[in-house]
Write a protein that binds this ligand. Structure first.
Ligand code: IMP
Ligand code: MG
Length: 420
């Protein structure tokens, strides 16, 4: 059975924690897109580890896969493997598999990302991890892939040819490229060789054998390259359907699509966010929710839950059910607000406009709900939640015409309520 878990907002919905929670009953957890622009925190004993590439099920004894549609910075990958080793989690070729076709993020991609942002009249606010520029090479079919790291001649030839072009481009943007050390890459290549595996084939075999496979998305639906708030998006496709093409499985092999939504909304980087709270309420959400980027440390922009945008995500991903996270962060607000539509050019609209230019200038129309005061992080049964908290959850479920199957009320695994 294949289940796809994707973020319904702008990333940072708490997918990592939900994937960790679900991993117990899985055989394989596979990441299908993005790279180390993603970031999630896992807790091992009293240690908090920030991970970017390794799938979130890492703390269980499960097969972990990095799919062919990912862009991988080998240095970051090795750093993560080392970090995990130091806390007693050994990632050998039995546990971790990496597809040979995954793209390699090279130093020039990172340099170009930095220069691109610097030179843009209107920056995107990227994570500067070189993600977009690595995908650009895939599309232009001039990329270095993981398999090239274990083939010294191919690697050297590609670095010479591609590197020359990148050096020129970087120079024309006023930058300078630090020469990558080929030996270091080839040494990494020797170490990663045992991980290389045909991910698509492995998953298809797993499906045939009746295994439980979880496809873990990164970023969020509203950052999708095509369907997100262009141009303020990431450079991969983040919707559930993309798991099929990135992993090389057919659509009829997918059994379940789960969407992860925060009980409010956050965004890191530029782009429209109609419900953004600039004042004390936004600050309260940021502080209580610890809304600072895992990858870049940037403060996240915070706002009330935007239902028109969330409904668009439900549609794009055909979610079977929803995990609503960080409900505990809403404790202590006198009144809560849900954005149910927008006022635009004197009219009230229910659906989010498709174009970013259309969303800009949309004024949220709010519905007010009563808040609750009692801390909820230690509650384990849905029925024990304050009535007003349940009312909030149920109103969100109704508005999205979706079943809310999981509630998250804190960062720990046990702070999860299954309400399916
Ligand atoms: P890039 O993915 O680094 O190219 O950045 C493009 C946009 O996506 C920027 O607004 C980033 O802040 C955002 N972004 C990328 N990865 C994540 C993520 O994992 N969580 C939240 N936002 C992200
Ligand atoms: Mg994150």
């Amino acid at each position: 059975m294949v289940s796809i878990v994707t973020g319904g907002q702008f990333g940072d919905e708490g997918k990592g924690k939900i994937v960790d929670y679900l991993s117990e009953s899985m055989d394989t957890i596979v990441r299908f897109q993005g790279g180390d622009n993603a970031g999630h925190t896992v807790e091992k004993g009293n240690k908090r580890l920030k991970l970017h590439l390794i799938p979130s099920g890492v703390l269980y004894d499960k097969r972990l896969l990095i799919g062919p549609g990912m862009v991988v910075n080998p240095e970051i990958l090795e750093r993560e493997i080392g970090k995990l080793r130091r806390v007693g989690v050994e990632l050998d070729g039995e546990k971790l598999g990496i597809d040979p076709k995954a793209s390699v993020i090279m130093p020039w991609h990172i340099k170009l990302d930095e220069l691109g942002e610097m030179n843009r009249e209107e920056p995107i606010g990227t994570t500067k991890r070189g993600i977009g520029y690595a995908y650009e090479d895939k599309v232009s079919r001039e990329e270095i892939r993981m398999v090239d790291l274990v083939k010294p001649e191919v690697f050297e030839e590609k670095v010479e040819k591609i590197g020359e072009e990148k050096r020129k481009r970087i120079g024309s943007l006023g930058g300078e490229l630090e020469e990558p050390s080929l030996d270091e890459y080839l040494e990494i290549g020797e170490r990663i060789e045992p991980y290389l595996t045909d991910v698509s084939k492995e998953i298809c075999k797993g499906i045939d054998n009746g295994e439980e496979i979880l496809a873990e998305g990164a970023q969020g639906t509203l950052l999708d390259l095509i369907h997100g708030t262009q141009k303020f998006v990431t450079s991969s496709s983040t919707v559930a359907g993309a798991a099929c093409s990135y992993l090389g499985i057919g659509p009829t092999d997918v059994d379940d699509s789960l969407g992860v939504f925060k009980a409010y909304i956050t965004r890191v980087g530029k782009g429209p966010l109609p419900t953004e709270l600039d004042g004390a309420k936004g600050e309260k959400l940021r502080e209580k929710g610890n809304e600072f980027g895992t990858t870049t440390g940037r403060p996240r922009r915070c706002g009330w839950l935007d239902l028109p945008l969330a409904r668009k995500s439900v549609r794009l991903n055909s979610y079977d059910s929803i995990a609503l996270t960080k409900l505990d962060v809403l404790t202590g607000f006198d009144k809560l607000r849900l954005c149910v539509g927008y006022k635009k050019d004197g009219r009230v609209i229910k659906d989010a406009p498709e174009l970013t230019s259309g969303i800009e200038g949309c004024e949220p129309v709010y519905e007010e709900l009563p808040g609750w005061d009692k801390e909820i992080s230690d509650i384990r049964e849905y029925g024990d939640l304050p009535r007003k908290a349940r009312q909030y959850v149920e109103r969100v479920g109704d508005a999205l015409d979706s079943e809310i199957s999981i509630l998250s009320i804190g960062p720990k695994r046990e702070q999860t309520i299954d309400i399916s």
